[in-house]
Structure formats: C-alpha cells, structure tokens
Design a protein around this ligand. Sequence first.
Ligand SMILES: Nc1ncnc2c1ncn2[C@@H]1O[C@H](COP(=O)(O)OP(=O)(O)O)[C@@H](O)[C@H]1O
Ligand SMILES: [Mg+2]
Length: 269
Amino acid sequence: MTDARGHRIAVDGLTKSFPQPGRGRPDRPVLGGVSFTAQPGEFVSVIGPSGCGKSTVFNMLAGLETPDSGSIRFGTSDGEPTAPHCAYMPQKDLLFPWRTVLDNTVLGLQVHGVPKPEARRRARELFPVFGLSGFEDARPSQLSGGMRQRAALLRTVVQERELLLLDEPFGALDSLTRTEMQSWLQDVWQRYRWMVLMITHDIREAVYLSDRVIVLSARPATVRRDVRVDLPRPRELSMITTPEFVALEQELLDVLHEEARHALAQRDT
Ligand SMILES: Nc1ncnc2c1ncn2[C@@H]1O[C@H](COP(=O)(O)OP(=O)(O)O)[C@@H](O)[C@H]1O
Ligand SMILES: [Mg+2]
C-alpha cells in the first residue's frame, strides 16, 4: 500500500443514460453530471436515494461501465491520466461455497495473474488482521455473517490497490455485528490508510467512518451535498450522541429525505 499515498482521484461531469425495457421508450438518464474528488488516504462515503446511480458510479470507477460523457482521472497531480487501480467489493459479493476461505480470498489476486503460492502467502498474512485466524481451511458456510463479510473484504484489500470501492459492505448484517464491523473497519483503515469510497444507506455509519460524506441527488444524479466530518479520530461509539455528530446526521438526513421524495415522485416515469 505504500504508493497509495501519492494518488488522488478526480471524477468530472459523469453522465449516463440506460435503455429502458419496453419498445420505443427513451433512454433513462441516470447520471446527470457527477463530479467529486478524493485525496490519498481519505475515507469518503456516498449516500443517495435508492436507484439514483451510486453503484453505476462505482462500476465506472472500476472500469466496468463507461460514461456517456465526463472523465475519471486517477493518479498523481501531473495530469497524466492513468488506468484506475481499484479493488472493488460489489454490492452482492459472493464467496464460492465450494472453495475454502483462503482460496476465496486469493481469487482477486489470481485473476490478476499472481501465482497461487504467492497469492496464498499474501492472503494468509492478513488473516489475523481480519479476525479470521484458524479459518483458512474452513468453508464459507462455517463462518458467521460478519466473518464472511471480513473474508470478502480481505479478498478486496489483499490486492493492494490504491483505491478501495466498497458498495454497501455491511448491508446484510444485523445491527450489532454491523456496529462491530464499523469499528473494526475504522481500526484497519487507520492502520493502512487506504483511500476508501464506500456506498451506504446508513447515515450514522457514513458519519462515524468518513472524512467526507457525498450526497447524490435523485436521478439524474448530481452531487447534492459534500460534507466534511471533522470529528476527532479514533471515533468512539459514545460520539454518536454528541451535538456535533447529531447535527451532521440531521443535516444529511434532511438532504437525503428531500432527494428520496424526488426519487419517489419520479417512479415509473
Ligand atoms: N446495465 C444497466 N442497464 C440498464 N439499466 C441500468 C443498468 N445499471 C443500472 N441501471 C439502472 O440505473 C439506475 C441506477 O442504478 P444503480 O446505480 O444500481 O443505483 P443505486 O446503486 O444508487 O441504487 C437504476 O434505475 C437501474 O435500474
Ligand atoms: Mg447500488
């Protein structure tokens, strides 16, 4: 992760329309010019109404989808465009049930041509950090929900990319496990200082973990609000009830609700 510190990302004016099902219907504009930047080592959360295009933006960052217009610049400040070097944990991230946990966590490396023994060595080193020691040879079905999620994260992190893209990483967890995972993620992030972009629908989670929270509008999405979270680190659970925390939460909730109302109004249009 050493070269992570020099890289930044600049997303500028992304637009995208998708074809709609049904003959003769016009394409649906999903992104209406999304622009933001993220600095090396920064933790940025992205929130927005359901269906507004959050995952689409991440797919573009990961190079899986191309914008109709706009650009993504990734790299140092000399203006030289580089290919994005992202490790992506998509919204529905599955572990293969027939592979051991270790062999699941090396998949990303293997896809990029790292020989299996080397991939396994690198993944094994992270098992203690991810609270998975002793489960290398277990099957995913033998793990708790939180452990499966940590294994999926390990698979993402072990690729040592400059940017981690996490799409609702804790969405499927119960609230207690979720709280534990948030505090764990903060710990490992403080240790490694990856640049993280995380989609979440949980405003409290966004405030608790982030340096900045970006709110996307209803479709076609633009950046509606970009809020800095200046709470001290490490964040403690007790901070959730402080006036500063509550005020940020309220501000974000107000914007999000407004956009969610717009999104509801445009359903089936
Ligand atoms: N490949 C695609 N083809 C057609 N429509 C798509 C495609 N990907 C996303 N969409 C549509 O774009 C909109 C935004 O999707 P998405 O980015 O997944 O939203 P979010 O992650 O914010 O919930 C939705 O209406 C979705 O149906
Ligand atoms: Mg999504």
